[in-house]
Design a protein around this ligand. Structure first.
Ligand code: AMP
Length: 630
């Protein structure tokens, strides 16, 4: 038996041999000629010369042994639909979708943007892109037209796949008008749009551009589309994530490295094995959905549950009733979701037969101890925190129970996963800090397989953003503060930058500021993340208006606040809407004009605003205090 320590040490010290062994977990059309090319740091090319295909590994290779086994289990508590696709049925649907894409001239290297609710067709579209070597860019269905337009212009998709509507708590959320608006705003509109009609909302088709999926599917019923064999480093997808600038970054993922990383993580971290079922409650629009709703489970020969709905309908026991019915062995959710459940009857945690379930994984944001204890005690199952980022694609820190049943420690997401050489550096001089001392969590290059290979279309931004931020070192910065204890467990202590984390979703304060500033009556605005009991953090805005008459009375103020929120809703989506917009006449800045963000955040959290010797106008803080108590 290998211990975790031996296993991890080997993944770093004997890197090439270690990953060459792991690479056998997937099928290669042509085997790699070298495990790693790191001749141009920090750009890592894993499994050089090997050709493979994600769709082949997720579906085709399982057909002979598990064609009739469940692959995709779709459950919608929004529409009441429930449908299981076997690997063979999934194979058929994905071939049809691949035929549709090819029929529209989409091929290897072309981008396809997927703006979809949680329906099976979204998964078919992703896998169909992978099959033909097209690069998908899934945009979360909760984003609105400006967010969408920015992503269209950056990825320049040849085709967009969308649907008439999503659904939230039983109410349709129409997509088409947002999509049309985004395409109008975009400089690089797509040639074609394929629309899935769920019969939930109007979806007028634009002649010559928009196509009906149902009709096309009928024309491609019997298509068999061969897999395109991609060189390991060819991109599989782009997924946008927020940073400190207003422009989201396109995280680019490779093909072979990603397949290998996910294939290793399924048994080693998530303890899920071929023939078993995995239940991840995330959304395909986020990285967790890409890796652990779609690719990870299928690559490992597991069934995956695609759930459309909230954790509370028809009641807060819905997830556990799904566990009883479909018997997943591992489940993956977020701390916010658990905090939502915590407001409901704990008896619901005991109502169903959960004997299939071995472990519950939680990630995406800090996991507080009371929440972890509540759910662990309630379910009688171990809770495994794990820490990662859109950029890494799979856990940086976790408890790799598939290797060794290490104990979990409350407050710690665990220890480094295979291939991650995680260290903590001083933000002042880049020296490595000792155990139990706070610093920036960083990873020594090369990043292991599966991590981002670059920023889409912008190698320079990749190097500048991620590899040049720890002084005197070329290491990958996670932009998280952390400490390591004497036993090698890491603790994550919040972001070093202005990125905020709302209910496990990363939002850039700058993007929200840009949206609010576009409101005709806003002169200036600052958005900060403020601690919140339910969502971890929420965005709070402080805005200076141009025309004070519009906020002259409490009623007007409230109406104006609603109006500003509506601007954010329509441009970025409700997910980015600030919890409050406070109006002031001046923002706290230094004499050189730099916004005192940390002081603003501290005040909003009821803490001491800290060092204010450089403040230009001390009355600005009184205004903030007054606004907060308003
Ligand atoms: P995202 O790329 O949107 O998944 O956000 C990644 C960020 O979420 C990380 O950089 C952390 O700040 C935070 N995060 C993710 N997982 C955890 C965790 N288990 N504990 C603490 N913070 C986390």
């Amino acid at each position: 038996m290998t211990t975790y320590k031996e296993f991890h040490a080997r993944s770093i010290a004997d890197r090439d041999a270690f990953w060459a062994e792991q690479a056998r977990l997937i099928d290669w059309h042509t085997p790699p000629t070298a495990t790693l090319d790191y001749s141009r740091p920090p750009f890592a090319k894993w499994f050089v010369g090997g050709t493979t295909n994600l769709c082949h590994n997720a579906i085709d290779r399982h057909l002979a042994t598990r064609g009739d086994q469940a692959a995709l289990i779709y459950i919608s508590t929004e529409t009441g639909e429930e449908k299981t696709y076997t690997f063979s049925q999934l194979y058929r649907e994905v071939n049809r979708f691949a035929g549709i894409l090819k029929g529209q001239g989409v091929g290897r290297g072309d981008r396809v943007l997927i703006y979809m609710p949680m329906i099976p067709e979204a998964t078919f579209a992703m896998l169909a892109c992978a099959r033909i070597g097209a690069i998908h860019s899934v945009v979360f269905g909760g984003f609105a037209s400006v967010s969408l337009a920015t992503r269209i212009d950056d990825a320049q998709p040849k085709l967009i796949v969308s649907a008439d509507a999503g659904s939230r708590a039983g109410k349709p959320v129409p997509y088409k008008h947002l999509l049309d608006e985004a395409i109008k705003l975009a400089q690089h509109p797509p040639q074609k749009v394929v629309m899935v009609n769920r019969g939930m909302a109007e979806m007028p088709l634009v002649a010559g551009r928009d196509l009906d999926y149902g009709r096309l599917r009928g024309e491609h019923m019997n298509d068999e589309v061969p897999c395109e064999w991609l060189e390991s480093s060819e991109p599989s997808y782009i997924l946008y994530t927020s940073g400190t600038t207003g422009k989201p970054k396109g995280v680019q993922r490779d093909t072979g490295g990603y397949a290998v990383a996910l294939a290793t993580s399924m048994p080693q971290i998530f303890c899920c094995h071929p023939g078993e079922t995995f239940f991840c409650t995330s959304d395909i629009g986020w990285v967790v959905g890409h890796s652990y709703i779609v690719y990870g489970p299928l690559l490992a020969g597991c069934a995956t549950i695609l759930y459309e709905g909230t954790p509370l309908r028809p009641d807060a026991g819905i997830w556990w009733s799904i566990v009883e019915k479909y018997k997943p062995t591992s489940m993956f959710s977020s701390p916010t979701a658990v905090r939502v459940l915590k407001k409901h009857d704990p008896a619901l945690l005991k109502k169903y037969d959960l004997s299939s379930l071995r472990l519950l994984f939680l990630a995406g944001e800090p996991l507080d101890e009371p929440t972890a204890r509540w759910i662990s005690d309630g379910l009688g199952k171990p809770i495994i925190d794990n820490y990662w980022q859109t950029e890494t694609g799979w856990p940086i820190l976790a408890i790799p129970r598939g290797i060794e049943a290490l104990e979990s420690r409350f407050g710690s997401p665990g220890v480094p996963s295979a291939g991650y050489d995680v260290r903590i550096f001083s933000e002042v001089d880049g020296s490595e800090v000792g155990n139990n001392q706070k610093g920036v969590v960083a990873i020594e290059g090369p990043l292991p397989p599966g991590c981002m290979t670059t920023v889409w279309g912008d190698d320079e931004r990749f190097v500048k953003t991620y590899w040049n931020s720890v002084p005197n070192r070329m290491v990958y910065s996670t932009f998280d503060w952390g400490i390591r204890d004497d036993d090698g467990y890491f603790f994550i202590l919040g972001r070093t930058d202005d990125v905020i984390n709302v209910a496990g979703h990363r939002l850039g304060t700058r993007e929200i500021e840009e949206s609010i500033s576009s409101h005709a009556n806003i002169a200036e605005v600052a958005v900060v993340g403020v601690a919140d009991q339910l969502k971890g953090q929420v965005a709070i805005a402080f805005a200076v208006v141009k025309d004070p008459a519009r906020i002259a009375t409490p009623e007007l103020r409230r109406a104006h606040e609603g109006d500003v929120m509506k601007t954010v809703d329509s441009q970025l989506g409700a997910v980015a809407r600030p919890a409050r917009v406070h109006f002031v006449t001046v923002l706290p800045k230094t004499r050189s004009g730099k916004l005192l963000r940390r002081s603003l955040q501290a005040l909003a959290e009821g803490r001491d605003p800290g060092d204010l010797t450089t403040i230009e106008d001390p009355t600005a803080l009184d205004q903030i205090r007054a606004a907060l108590s308003f």
